[in-house]
Write a protein that binds this ligand. Structure first.
Ligand code: 3SL
Length: 245
């Protein structure tokens, strides 16, 4: 097994992220609340693929080119389902009955944008607490240097994504070489808060906002470490999971 050290850079948000910063690297995009958690839930319920897009306009124009029978439009603005869309961004909406076999176009505020930017990497996957150990295993076995891109909140730092980034770095153990200050901070923050991640999520800025909208169960869903063993990854312009997953 290859044990070469892995350089890990972490970005608190995707603001200003350039192709240069991700080129040739394994990119891990994190949106704990809620896009990447919800993507995992959708795949667990049997959706065929997810196409993250940067705007509502991009979502509707893409819809025009695809077969409406198999496509669902999903996404949110300010946490609420977008008018005219089929689904919002709560993992509980993505049931087997609704999403099995479907292609989902996802237009969330931060997560889908971060995923689109991250796709310029050598490979790119969607991470959250629900699939964190599988992510660690995959990126360790690929062996490329790593860019962890937190989706953040409207171009600002978010506690929940940074904690998840810290958990990934901690999972890499001695193989991880924190290559920027943000990676060092994320690791320290995770060590400090790891004994009660659910409370950390609930008390974060976005956690409190989601509670105020009535999405408290979504936070408990997102706090369940390793509850979904799937890795959504970019392949030919869309996110997929491995067959048989
Ligand atoms: O910004 C995003 O991508 C969303 O995950 C935000 S929300 O939790 O759906 O409000």
């Amino acid at each position: 097994m290859n044990n070469k050290p892995l350089k890990v850079e972490l970005f608190f948000t995707y603001a200003g992220l350039t192709d240069e910063e991700v080129k040739g690297k394994t990119v891990v995009v994190i949106d704990v609340l809620r896009a990447c958690t919800t993507a995992c839930a959708a795949f667990m319920s049997g959706c065929r693929e997810i196409i993250p897009v940067e705007s509502i306009g991009d979502a509707t124009s893409l819809l025009d080119k695809l077969d409406r029978e198999v496509v669902l439009l999903a996404g949110e603005r300010k946490g609420y389902k977008v008018d005219g869309f089929d689904l919002g961004n709560s993992p509980y909406e993505f049931t087997e009955e609704i999403v099995r076999g479907k292609v989902i176009i996802l237009a969330s505020t931060n997560g889908s944008r971060a995923l689109v930017l991250g796709s310029a990497g050598e490979d790119c996957m969607a991470a959250s607490f629900v699939n964190v150990s599988n992510i660690v295993e995959r990126i360790a076995s690929v062996g490329n240097d790593i860019a962890i891109v937190c989706s953040g909140r409207e171009l600002n730092f978010s506690l929940e994504d940074t904690l998840c980034g810290g958990m990934i770095i901690s999972g890499l153990g001695d193989r991880a070489e924190s290559a920027n200050d943000a990676a060092v901070v994320a690791s320290k923050l995770y060590e400090e808060r790891k004994s009660d991640l659910a409370s950390a999520l609930r008390n974060s800025d976005h956690g409190r906002y989601l509670v105020s909208l009535g999405f408290s169960p979504d936070i408990d869903f997102a706090a369940q470490v390793d509850s979904i063993g799937l890795i959504p990854y970019w392949d030919n312009g869309r996110l997929v999971v491995d067959d048989g997953a």
